[in-house]
Write a protein that binds this ligand. Sequence first.
Ligand SMILES: *[C@@H]1O[C@H](CO)[C@@H](O)[C@H](O)[C@H]1NC(C)=O
Ligand SMILES: *[C@@H]1O[C@H](CO)[C@@H](O)[C@H](O)[C@H]1NC(C)=O
Ligand SMILES: *[C@@H]1O[C@H](CO)[C@@H](O)[C@H](O)[C@H]1NC(C)=O
Ligand SMILES: *[C@@H]1O[C@H](CO)[C@@H](O)[C@H](O)[C@H]1NC(C)=O
Length: 388
Amino acid sequence: MLSGMKIFSGWQRFVFGLPLFFLLAHLFSVMELHKNSKVEEPQKQLNKKFDHLVLGPIAGQGLSNRLQCQGKKALNRTHSSESRSGVDGSITFVTVFTIYNTSSINDMDDRSNTIVGNASYNKFGRSMALLNVFINFIQVAMPQSKVIILTDPASDLSVQRSRVSLYAIQGDYSRDKLMLQRIRSYIAFLETRLQELPQKPGDINHYIFTDSDIAVVDDLGQVFRDHPNFHLALTFRNNKAQPLNSGFIAVKGTPEAILRAKLFLQEVLKVYSTKYRNASRMLGDQLALAWVVMSNPHFDPTRFSKALAFSEDIRGTSVLFLPCYLYNWTPPEGAGQFHGMPLDVKVVHFKGSRKRLMLESWNFYSSSREISDMLCLILGSGRTKYDF
Ligand SMILES: *[C@@H]1O[C@H](CO)[C@@H](O)[C@H](O)[C@H]1NC(C)=O
Ligand SMILES: *[C@@H]1O[C@H](CO)[C@@H](O)[C@H](O)[C@H]1NC(C)=O
Ligand SMILES: *[C@@H]1O[C@H](CO)[C@@H](O)[C@H](O)[C@H]1NC(C)=O
Ligand SMILES: *[C@@H]1O[C@H](CO)[C@@H](O)[C@H](O)[C@H]1NC(C)=O
């Protein structure tokens, strides 16, 4: 699947739609901004986008179960090298990522190089750097895991990393269809796994479908170890309008779970295409996810207000609900959310205008080799809006 091209041979190439996820993420951030500006900081400050790291107030200080920091120095050691006891089966991260070479049209136009650390990136380079950092964090936290990138066959993506492969799936990856296509790609991928399973009985491979703007900072094997009976896992937050985030979906590797997860996502896709077609550009998948879950008469939405994992049978699929607080942590969780950073956070999501922070965090980690200190950096500067 890997083509022979080097990753940064793309310097001469230019980005078309992508960073598609940036665009989406940016739209999200605008919405967050409107929401949060009523509650918190003055809007002027929120609108300013920085091209360098800015540390702000550090949330959760004085709370015993939140990370305590002095600037970029952590007072608690998180993720101490406790035994990474094995999971039955291996884990593969799956993400959707496309990038296009539209050659010379944008050639002249691409003056907007940005500097991060000692590197200078054009748009294409930024997207690729983010993808690489996404992979870097996974390989630090879970060196045994693999990464599969689902991409448009027409995409010019090329990645040469060990334990990483590309998998092309035919589809409509245009901007306003991207979130719809993402679910379709997940379903198509699970279908291929179902077809391959009979050839590899006993070969259990769990899947974690994620956005590519996340940092995995701890071993996620314990999700599968501690919760032996789920089919599919989603992350929730204490937010009435959008309680579920689609950026992290785990699927157990058994044939039954893969089948059930596929059926569940097909239901979400159906709801998306019928009820939320007009929202397909951005929120549609989250709204459809929430609809499928909440339309279940036995479902108790007050469970979203506590950051505790729970399971529920949704149309025959055993769904594990994991708190965003640990598995999809984003800095401004807003009013009524879970403040500060828990000591055992597993996944940090660099939503909205925090992509620069994702690269800076990796650079910081590369020199400090301390995840806890890096988490202080993220906690302190995650409310800042950055330039990409
Ligand atoms: C975290 O560090 C603070 C400050 O040193 C300390 O008071 C607190 O007990 C620590 N928390 C944990 C859970 O170790
Ligand atoms: C991008 O496309 C142009 C025009 O088709 C081609 O000449 C160029 O080699 C391509 N660049 C890469 C890196 O594939
Ligand atoms: C940036 O500098 C570090 C050392 O400070 C070096 O290891 C790294 O290779 C440099 N990166 C680039 C892209 O030049
Ligand atoms: C989508 O929007 C169009 C025009 O705004 C409207 O006519 C149509 O009924 C909407 N469709 C759905 C499914 O809401």
